[in-house]
Ligand binder design. Sequence first.
Ligand code: ATP
Ligand code: MG
Length: 668
Amino acid sequence: MSKLNPRQSEAVKYIDGPLLVLAGAGSGKTSVITQKIAYLIQQCDIPAHRIVALTFTNKAAREMKERVSQIVKGKQARGLTVSTFHNLGLNIIRKELSALGLKNGFSIFDDQDSRTLLTELLHKDSEVGADEIGQVRNAISSWKNDLVSPSIAISRAADEEDMRAAHTYAQYDRMLRAYNAVDFDDLILLPSLLLRDNEDILEKWRNRIYYMLVDEYQDTNSSQYLLVRLLVGNRARFTVVGDDDQSIYAWRGARPENLAQLAEDYPSLKVIKLEQNYRSSGRILKCANQVIANNPHVFEKQLWSEHGYGDPIRVKRCRSEDHEAEKIAGDILNQHMQNKRPFKDFAVLYRGNHQSRLIELKMQQFQIPYKVSGGSSFFSRAEIKDVMAYLRVLINSDDDNAFLRIVNTPRRELGPTTLEKLGQYAQNRERSLFSVCCEMGLGEVLNTRQHSMLKRFHDWIEETRDNLQRGHAVAAIKQMLRDIDYENWLVEQSSSSKMAERRMENVWHLVQSIERMLEKSDDENDVESVISKLILLDILEQQKEEDDSDKVQLMTLHASKGLEFPYVFLMGMEEELLPHRSSIEEDNIEEERRLMYVGITRAKKELTMTYTAKRKQYGEEFEPTPSRFLDEMPQDDLAWEGRGEKKSKEESQALGQAHLSNLKNLFD
Ligand code: ATP
Ligand code: MG
């Protein structure tokens, strides 16, 4: 612990009451949490299983666990909980199933599943656009994050549109329960409400937890705030750390006011501020401080650093988005070859996921290993999830979640009412949805047409399964895709025919993988094991740790929170991208500025920002305005490149020999 500065050390050792560490980026807040866990176990003899540390992402939780295990070895750390809020919620739900009215094997709906369900609910009356579905989805999510029940939402509705959304919310929740399912927001909402309304259960959980620590506290929403508050109780043994300037999840219900709320709820709250930054060069820090100074502040904090002043911050003007991607990739390659900088020391950050496409392409062209974090992996693509769901039902027809995903994809006129009745019928009998489809009893609750549709679907599944098990597996899968005319469905669902084509290619890629795996397997009919392997691969894919491999990291600004990299590229420094158009329209520049602050403070040694002179949108070319945030930076510390540049001489030099020789590899 000798490395900690006096204030950090005070924060680690203070265990007499509630503590808030409020400090800017890179000041060691996360380090305080990690060290404090070790201190509680080693110096205060608190059993590890009675300590709970909460973070916002799986990646952050993994990293924290890793850091703790370097200090606290073996048995001592056993039972320690370092998890995301959602994982803690899931644990509570699992242990309190009956009190929540859920059954074993309940399903968790991800965002896509929720949207599908809402589409079905809203399609009942009329054709509803994707926009409205998105809006209702967001409204429901906000209500859940703010602890607003359907009945309260209905009572508060101000106009017809609100009322429709609130009623959809009520119906959506009823459907979830009928399906024995919860959605992502429920993972926090349900435990919070359960603990609030049930003293015995609350007491049990309170007694289990001796000390709680929470990182990135500024991003807690109301239901997370309540959950922590309930769990720590009046004993209030907790440390939370945060930075109001890094609050970037308002759109997901985060309430940075929760920082101030703490002081009200816990009058004995101690506040420690940290001001030394251990991450960035003086210049990067100055730049960050100056930008964020444009936001109003409740808590004043000035960061300083003992690292050198560092190189100027580069701002590159590029001719087009293609040129921008090429410059970044070329620059990284150059630095890698000439200065022996490992690829993993570089990060490319952007405002929106769609911005990664071109840079990915260039990375591939230049053969630079890269990893897109937080973006969608192969298995999280809708079309792959669809086909995997079909396969899941084929090998386990009791997989209700997969059944629900496919029953109306493509549409089979099995509307929400039918499915609600089916869900109710199955739940009353504690059976799976598939298993009751053909029952006579169901015929009494459904009308003849609905019931025969379901039976037809059921029989088709049986027949396809037969083909899969008895015949040639890959041929059976291809036949299945033809039966449901999946290609046509993709055309209907995609915004362009190109996109539909790409998505169908992904499907063929999956089918080919199955084919290859079957070829390798000894038993020719081993399709079930191949598919379960794929499902497992899916789970692994989501949890895979790739951090130690040497790859350039590509991610959104949101996903970069809490992380640090020696060399950071920030692309698309343009009005309407950063700040984002929707925030400009809603006059919410402050949140964008915090995002900018997060981006700048990820960099340890060098920061490069890029913007383009021309960009294409919806096929139209336009000339973007450089981001206002560039004007807010200390101009003497910026080194502009490419302003007034006509064409490519400087550029081709910048790409350098290294890139050319690498390009040659492409043709070998
Ligand atoms: P952010 O606001 O971005 O989440 P943070 O406040 O959580 O940042 P950390 O990630 O804990 O900051 O620390 C930033 C860097 O400073 C890390 O590399 C960490 O190892 C280092 N660091 C923290 N405290 C010290 C210290 N006392 N001496 C040397 N290095 C330190
Ligand atoms: Mg941190």
